[in-house]
Design a protein around this ligand. Sequence first.
Ligand SMILES: Nc1ncnc2c1ncn2[C@@H]1O[C@H](COP(=O)(O)OS(=O)(=O)O)[C@@H](OP(=O)(O)O)[C@H]1O
Ligand SMILES: Nc1ncnc2c1ncn2[C@@H]1O[C@H](COP(=O)(O)OP(=O)(O)O)[C@@H](O)[C@H]1O
Length: 171
Amino acid sequence: MDTVFLNGTVGAGKSTIAAALSVLMTESGRHHAVIDLDHIRRAWPAPEGDRFNHELELLNLRDLVVNYRNAGIEHFILAGVVEQATEVPRYEAALKSRGLLLCRLDADGATLIRRLSLRHADNPTELDWHLRRADELAAILQRAAIDHVVVDVSGDAPMVTAREVMQKAGW
Ligand SMILES: Nc1ncnc2c1ncn2[C@@H]1O[C@H](COP(=O)(O)OS(=O)(=O)O)[C@@H](OP(=O)(O)O)[C@H]1O
Ligand SMILES: Nc1ncnc2c1ncn2[C@@H]1O[C@H](COP(=O)(O)OP(=O)(O)O)[C@@H](O)[C@H]1O
């Protein structure tokens, strides 16, 4: 297993847990990289029919991974969204992965509202979009049921969740 893909709805804590995993991997001396997929698909405009710039994200990932692997990186921690099973092998190919754990972070509705309200406190329009998308995407991900493991993140501190994910990945 060389990759953990943190999946989950908007505000579930993907970026936060990715950072916590990085701390644990550093502590145990393992070469790794964190790739926040939101960052490598943030471009405007997005093409018709691909509003989240998914194709550009995959192209960017493939190129980044070449550089990371040349630099000796052996483990990848990704934070992003996978809605469909057909996308998993596309990520594995872009990563040239020897095993990918798709791990969904699941938070209850009240937790999502609390976290998003804090994160978007300065922008009511953005908060409104994220709250709506959080519900919608949570339902899509639950219905799709493609994740290898689902970890509840409603109560725990990020490092506690990160330890649980490390264990599930066998890292
Ligand atoms: N299918 C799918 N693929 C990728 N990303 C998805 C998807 N569905 C929702 N999201 C989440 O949408 C949030 C908004 O992203 P952005 O602010 O970059 O908006 S946009 O891409 O410009 O539309 C951003 O959430 P936050 O990271 O919480 O802001 C994305 O993670
Ligand atoms: N385990 C946690 N406990 C408390 N707050 C958290 C936890 N995980 C995430 N948060 C907070 O919730 C918000 C959303 O987390 P973030 O990592 O940005 O989610 P995502 O990447 O899934 O959109 C952030 O403000 C973050 O600081």
